[in-house]
Design a protein around this ligand. Structure first.
Ligand code: THU
Length: 131
């Protein structure tokens, strides 16, 4: 899938966000090596700490479908700033993805102005139990 289509898919996923507390809608689209795409949105909770980010929703959905062959992710959100993945999502990505894994990031109203950054740059020296 091309980058613009992956970003569009993430933007569509963001529209499904359950975000009544922050009103901040995030969508993620996770691309597998064979072209399959798993999407996710943020899912908030009245007990705020139980909220799940869009990126982790997409990863967990893919893992639950038996997939681990990830090559890229697009993340799209409304709002003023670029939706760089939070630290928790970076760590979860690092569990399954190599440093060269590409993350495409864009604001919902300007998908064409996306940024691309690799996981190694987003999370150098990730936590590992063993080498
Ligand atoms: N959020 C994400 O979905 N991804 C991130 O990487 C950071 C934050 C969501 C969680 C919450 O629903 C809202 O954005 C505000 O923090």
């Amino acid at each position: 899938m091309k980058t613009d289509a992956l970003l569009e898919t993430a933007a569509k996923a963001a529209r499904l966000a359950y975000a009544p507390y922050s009103n901040y809608q995030v969508g993620a689209a996770l691309l597998c090596a064979d072209g399959d795409v798993f999407t996710g949105c943020n899912v908030e909770n009245a007990s705020y700490g139980l909220t799940n980010c869009a990126e982790r929703t997409a990863i967990f959905s893919a893992i639950a479908a038996g997939r681990k062959d990830f090559v890229a992710m697009a993340v799209v959100a409304g709002g003023e700033s670029m939706p760089y993945p939070c630290g928790a999502c970076r760590q979860v990505l690092s569990e399954f993805c190599h440093g060269e894994f590409s993350v495409y990031i864009a604001k919902a109203d300007a998908l064409e102005d996306y940024e691309v950054v690799c996981l190694a740059a987003l999370l150098p020296q990730q936590f590992k139990l063993t080498d």
